[in-house]
Design a protein around this ligand. Sequence first.
Ligand SMILES: *Cc1c(COP(=O)(O)O)cnc(C)c1O
Length: 238
Amino acid sequence: MTDIALNESLGYAYAQARERLHNALADAGRAQDAAELLAVSKTKPAAMIRQAWQLGQRQFGENYLQEALEKQAELADLDDIVWHFIGPLQSNKTRAVAEHFDWMHSVDRLKIAKRLSEQRPTHLAPLNICLQVNISREESKAGVLPEELEELAREVAMLPNLYLRGLMAIPAPAKSLDAQRQPLAALREAFIALQKSLPDAPLDTLSMGMSDDLEAAVLEGATLVRLGTAIFGARQSA
Ligand SMILES: *Cc1c(COP(=O)(O)O)cnc(C)c1O
């Protein structure tokens, strides 16, 4: 594709994604600033991220560390860009996340959180953390189980170089709006319970909703929706 064609198709998809979020918030009776868009750019080139940035997008989510670091280096001139790491992370890879990201959404065990806190450079603001919850209780899926969430959250909240901002989940896929809403409602309830049991933690973020379940997530109180396909188009399967 030429640059102009890329610009036009991304511009159109981005406008549509914004419109979808706008409509979902209106239908849910929520304020237009009650949820923000996180553009999930995994597998997509840095040039597309730059174009989305030119359209006004500032928050980007990446899943694969090496790929993300390469794109960050290419985009180092965009100094107000906000980088979220949203993929699985091995504990021996925490340092790069601590040094190069603003947010980390997939913390599901204390060992990872401790390393991120220890490795966060002191000249940077604390790393914003979402705990990933295995809300659909899928075997061998990432995420802390709901009954283990409070204990993990309590310990993460005490780590000095992290801000515990909220919860993230990737529910099992479901077709109907009602079926999609069930696990998302459970995540919202877990979030509200955590806000009550940890009143001093800066818990303000419910990271849920993807291209297929954005509307359900906004109805259930999402504050940060993570859209990949809807903005950047289909990805090659890995
Ligand atoms: C890939 C990914 C997304 C975006 O998914 P789409 O269906 O393309 O919108 C959101 N969140 C996480 C954690 C992802 O890995």
